[in-house]
Write a protein that binds this ligand. Sequence first.
Ligand code: NAP
Ligand code: ZN
Length: 347
Amino acid sequence: MLITKGYATKGPKSPLEPFTFERRDPGDTDVLIDIHYCGICHSDIHQARNEWGGSTYPMVPGHEIVGRIARVGKAVTKFKVGDLAGVGCFVDSCGVCDSCREGVEQYCDASPVWTYNALEKDGKTQTFGGYSSQIVVKESYCLRISPDLPLSHVAPLLCAGITTYSPLRHFGVKAGDRVGVVGLGGLGHMAVKLASSMGAHVTVFSTSDSKAADARRLGADSFVVTKEPKNFIPLANSLDFILDMVSAPHDFNAYLNLLRRDGLMVILGVPEKPMEIHPFSLIGKRRRLAGSVIGGIRETQEMLDYCATKGITSDVEVIPVQKIGEAYERTLRSDVRYRFVIDMKTL
Ligand code: NAP
Ligand code: ZN
């Protein structure tokens, strides 16, 4: 077994603290990755604090993992020692259901094995995430990372990047489409960069007026401060597509009413409590509402290669591991520009 250092929380109200645990020795098809950077996703906070229910402890969060391959099993073909590699939100899946066979393992019938806060396929080994020195993963659940991009800025692509790329591609967003981005956080800023790189006309909806200049720099064409209900009026029935990435309860109906006839809103954010939708927000204009979760391994690789070609990465604030608690508090105050990334050298 491999002794591994990390940061864990022992319960929903506990801080993240140093924690030592064991990982399996790499098997024939596994790789061992020395973790260099791990992003802090709002999903880490939701789960560390048990806001979705069912969290298990101790929990080592983190699913935006990048580093270098330190060891490979003897049947590994995709990686060699020294290669850059990434791990996202899941580390295994059943491999035989329709979703797995179609390469959308995130929708695995048996549930993907999440990178942390889950059990391995043996039904008893707890998974531990990327706020740690190293991780052992099947090579088929690992991603190749371009050496041309700054590694700390790539980490957030493993969740924030793919979660926004996947619905933009799946639902066929194209040049000229009018796209609304709700919530300019970790996911939101990637949505702006990716949608604008695809030629969409992007409008950001934000509670933070201080983010207006950033939104334009990231590629948005317009910026709406949502604290003023009157700001919604001129945009009624105008948008083709909306990505909603808000982490807290808010009014879906206000955004649905901005869609044109047959427009589509995709929910990505997962607030703690359910939210109400009025049928009139949908039926009068045959509007559609959908959800989407991260992306499959094939599409995540496609997104990473796309970002390498286009020079797209995340705007990050790199922090030492000792500052995770502060970073959580600042994320909760929407005070992150636009993703905290932990430098694992500081462990
Ligand atoms: P984040 O960086 O904290 O961004 C969330 C943004 O939501 C904030 O920056 C803020 O933007 C806005 N916001 C926060 N509180 C609000 C409130 N009370 N009312 C209105 N707007 C508010 O979080 P993230 O990492 O991007 O994650 C966003 C959500 O997506 C989380 O719920 C996370 O769990 C979920 N998620 C889902 C998937 C998936 O696969 N579907 C993947 C990853 C994350 P402004 O300052 O611009 O208002
Ligand atoms: Zn995430």
